[in-house]
Design a binder for this molecule. Structure first.
Ligand SMILES: [Zn+2]
Length: 305
């Protein structure tokens, strides 16, 4: 088989990624076969390579009144109902961090993979920072299962419609208060209730309308190759996606600088691999592999297929 084992040439990628990496024959066969599906599941690790913290550590602690709250307390519907101003101040601080970050080589590699694989490709992301969309992945094939910090919706659900956050809102430094103008811009234009960030809070459930829950389950059960990037499975839906991929004997690649609960699943899957590295170099290599296979298929006549 011509592409059974492909050694990736890193000479054209950044120095940080220069090493040799061999994808298994199963992986190259799946990438080459136009009848297969490829799903990528991303988490905080890929955003960390763009300088965005998880906000689960001290960078996410928030003072409200005389109390200091942990991020898992602030990012809740219960806290929003009690302290909407302060929760918005926290999200506008986080939005500022996201806007200052840029998509990295891993994000761009995934955008290229989507262009090459088209309808065979789905991206399921836990990240709310919008970096995948900024890099060029489509909204149609990107399931943002925890929402997107750039969007808002009515907290009274008078409509399910999403609105992009008004650019006139003041981006916040840590613990800065909303202005009167900010307060006006954070009101629903239809019913005057508070707008809320379009994110899934810790005390809320996944749904299809806002978070593509059923679509993610369906894709996970159909995928031939699942690529897990920078996530260790702290939340329910990513765990479910990986467990479905295992159940249906999909090939799994786990890319993570640290051993994590998904590493063993990847190693034991057919032709699967745990790649203990940061994601940008590995994803660049995968995109290069797709590009080469795509070019090869494109140059072959029908009788060669
Ligand atoms: Zn409303």
């Amino acid at each position: 088989m011509l592409f059974a084992v492909r050694k990736v040439n890193f000479s054209s990628v950044g120095s940080a990624a220069r090493s040799s990496l061999i994808f298994s024959p199963t992986i190259t066969s799946i990438l080459k076969d136009p009848a297969t599906r490829v799903t990528v599941l991303t988490g905080a690790g890929i955003s960390a390579e763009s300088g965005i913290p998880t906000f689960r550590g001290p960078e996410g602690y928030w003072t409200i009144g005389s109390n200091v709250y942990m991020p898992e307390d602030v990012a809740t519907l219960a806290m929003f109902k009690q302290h909407p101003r302060e929760v918005w101040e926290w999200y506008l601080y986080r939005l500022g961090v996201c806007l200052h970050a840029r998509p990295n080589a891993g994000h761009h590699a995934l955008a290229e993979m989507e262009k090459l694989l088209a309808d065979r490709f789905t991206l399921i992301t836990q990240n709310i920072d919008n970096l995948h969309i900024r890099a060029g992945n489509s909204l149609q094939r990107t399931f943002q299962i925890h929402g997107n910090i750039h969007f808002t919706r009515c907290s009274h659900a008078c409509s399910a419609a999403l609105q992009r956050l008004d650019r006139k809102l003041t981006l916040k430094r840590k613990q800065k208060q909303l202005t009167e103008n900010d307060l006006r811009l954070l009101r629903c234009p239809y019913c005057d209730a508070w707008l809320r960030p379009h994110v899934l809070w810790f005390d809320e459930c996944y749904d299809e309308t806002h978070f593509r829950f059923e679509s993610s389950i369906k894709i996970a059960a159909q995928t031939d190759l699942l690529i897990i990037v920078g996530t260790s499975g702290a939340t329910a839906l990513p765990n479910h996606v990986v467990s479905l991929a295992r159940q249906y004997q999909s090939t799994i690649i786990d890319i993570n600088p640290e051993e994590n609960p998904f590493s063993a699943s990847a190693r034991s899957s057919p032709g699967g691999m745990f790649i203990k590295q940061a994601s940008s170099g590995v994803l660049t290599a995968l995109a290069e592999c797709c590009r080469t296979l795509h070019a090869h298929i494109g140059t072959k006549g029908p009788s060669d297929q």
